[in-house]
Design a binder for this molecule. Structure first.
Ligand SMILES: Nc1ncnc2c1ncn2[C@@H]1O[C@H](COP(=O)(O)OP(=O)(O)OP(=O)(O)O)[C@@H](O)[C@H]1O
Ligand SMILES: [Mg+2]
Length: 361
């Protein structure tokens, strides 16, 4: 797989989260490994980004400018890839008879209309054929529909910052791209989990690497902060600071109330995931997809002490944090920020990787 063509272009991935904007710039070079051009992060004020949709453009602009400044990147004239997530994007995996592109697109639109209650004009509908034609002449197709208004807001943000909006990707697929750069094509059942502040994004790739389930649920780091706040009668800010420091020092399980809140939160995450996976195994009864082999974690909320171990034990699979920089070269003096864990940049790196091979919108 060639991710980058020749030339010296910079590609910027912008992950606009409900608590942080993460910006990653990658440069193509003649070697196989992309080069890091810069990575930066800045907080987004509460309520300014909701489920990946921009609610306060000025606040988000400020955060993006801070993050790009930290990264040492310039946005002007650059191609920027952003991502969609949550309720702003809809996925449906279908098996359809293989047909010419125009006919396929028409059938996809009909399917989309069945999935979407509102006016289809409010959505941008796309699809991708994800398997080879089988003996019956059928292919698996992934229908993806994104809310037009949310996409336009993201594009306007980039234009206002002087950049060139290019691809609008889906966060979950961007993360899988970042994983494949480091570890090669997925060849065993793999559960990708990105846990942010507000949401958990789930992508279960089957043994053949094809997306089998893509969904998100409203459970993230803020839920644990709220539990801690209630348990210890603290406001959100103090509870958040306590959570992070206890998680970093490993003392989260030393205090009874912190430990109880953390266990409750972890159990809620496991319960949501189990429901999703149980539903899938009722549809796909094949032996090869029964047992998850890898759990790949990204997003700040996945750092919660004890979460990776609990997931690994519950699903009997290897759990690992995704370091999206492991196959990226760092030129002298260009490093990702030291105080941010690499797996927080997984979506940003994946978005930056997406440019080549895709048609600009
Ligand atoms: N060491 C830690 N232990 C526990 N939680 C942490 C830690 N570090 C960060 N977090 C949590 O990670 C979350 C922020 O992660 P991230 O920056 O990935 O979110 P986001 O991408 O902005 O959110 P979303 O994707 O939901 O919009 C916060 O809820 C924060 O409390
Ligand atoms: Mg996020």
């Amino acid at each position: 797989m060639s991710l980058f063509g020749s030339g010296q272009n910079t590609y910027i991935g912008m992950d606009i989260g409900s608590s942080h904007v993460k910006v990653v710039g990658l440069k193509s070079n003649s070697s196989k490994r992309p080069k890091l051009f810069g990575a930066g992060v800045a907080s987004t004020p509460p309520g300014s980004v909701m489920d990946g949709a921009i609610a306060n453009i000025n606040a988000v602009k400020k955060a993006v400018l801070l993050a790009t400044q930290q990264a040492g990147l310039k946005i002007k004239g650059q191609s920027i890839t952003v991502g969609l997530r949550g309720l702003n994007v809809l996925y449906k995996r279908m098996v359809l008879p293989y047909q010419e592109e125009a006919e396929m697109a028409e059938q996809i639109l009909r399917e989309a209309q069945q999935q979407i209650d509102s006016d289809l004009d409010d959505w941008v509908v796309d699809h991708q054929i994800i398997t080879e034609k089988d003996d019956q002449g059928q292919v698996a197709v992934m229908l993806v529909a994104g809310k037009r208004g949310v996409i336009e807001d993201l594009q306007n943000l980039i234009i206002e910052l002087g950049g060139r909006p290019s691809i609008v990707d889906c966060d979950v697929f961007a993360i899988a791209n970042a994983y494949e750069l480091s570890f090669g094509t997925v060849s065993a059942p793999t559960l990708f989990l990105d846990i942010g502040k507000e949401t958990t994004k789930v992508h279960f790739a089957a043994a053949d690497g094809v997306p089998a389930i893509v969904r998100s649920f409203s459970l993230g780091g803020q839920n644990l902060t709220e539990l801690i706040g209630r348990m210890m009668s603290m406001d959100f800010g103090r509870a958040e600071a306590l959570k992070i420091s206890a998680s970093q020092t490993g003392s989260l399980f030393k205090d009874k109330r912190l430990a109880e809140s953390t266990r409750t939160h972890i159990n809620e995450v496991i319960s949501e995931l189990s429901q999703t996976l149980d539903f899938y195994s009722s549809i796909d009864t094949s032996e090869e997809n029964k047992q998850i082999k890898n759990i790949v974690l990204s997003g700040g909320g996945s750092t919660t002490a004890g979460l990776a171990q609990a997931l690994s034990q519950h699903f009997k699979a290897k759990a690992q944090f995704l370091d999206p920089f492991s196959m990226i070269d760092f030129p002298r003096r260009t490093q990702p920020p030291e105080d941010v864990q690499p797996h927080v940049f997984a979506t940003g790196v994946g978005l930056a990787l997406r440019y080549l091979g895709d048609k600009p919108l």
